[in-house]
Write a protein that binds this ligand. Sequence first.
Ligand code: C5J
Length: 222
Amino acid sequence: MHELTVEARPFPFRLPLHSTAVVIIDMQRDFVEPGGFGESLGNDVEPLQAVIAPVTRLLATARRTGLPIVHTREAHKPDLSDCPAAKRDRGAPRLRIGDRGPMGRILIEGEPGNDFVAELKPREDEHVISKPGKGAFYGTGLDAWLRQHGITHLLVAGVTTEVCVQTTLREANDRGYCCLLLEDCTGSYIPEFKRITVEMVVAQGGIVGWATPLDRLESAFE
Ligand code: C5J
């Protein structure tokens, strides 16, 4: 089996080409654009917009090299039957999940704001997962899909680093997947949270996984 080695922390990541998938988490208008869920929580969306370009590069590498690609989106049913009150009622946001904002109902599947940003729309042959939680494994068929496709290693990108990305990394790690987080392909509204999350992932001998900048992955493919 052909295998690449990617320079990474805390040590090189061995990437088996036939059992690695790319997972792009929640690159949705609701998080990245003004008027969505992220902004309704009081966040400045600009740090998230900065990751669109690197994630677009990652997606191009994945498409060129034929790696399977999974796009996730945080989305609830229009009747909110999959949204626990504990999630919807939390805090005092300007708009709650299900409320109508400038891009349609917040975090509701099928609404304009719930779609992927224009640069990162999935192609027909790419797998899309709608998820009701922060982690991509909770309440979805992701684990079954990855196993059906013989996937053991994940290249992980998306937003936000300390919420849906970190939760997904931990869920994946516990299920036995080796995960490499592409550091510049992930972002947080709170840059210090991003920095410390990356450190948490690689600490203690890679207790959750590996991390590396995108150019190290690209170099491994050259
Ligand atoms: C959040 C996410 N932050 N995609 N979702 O609520 O990280």
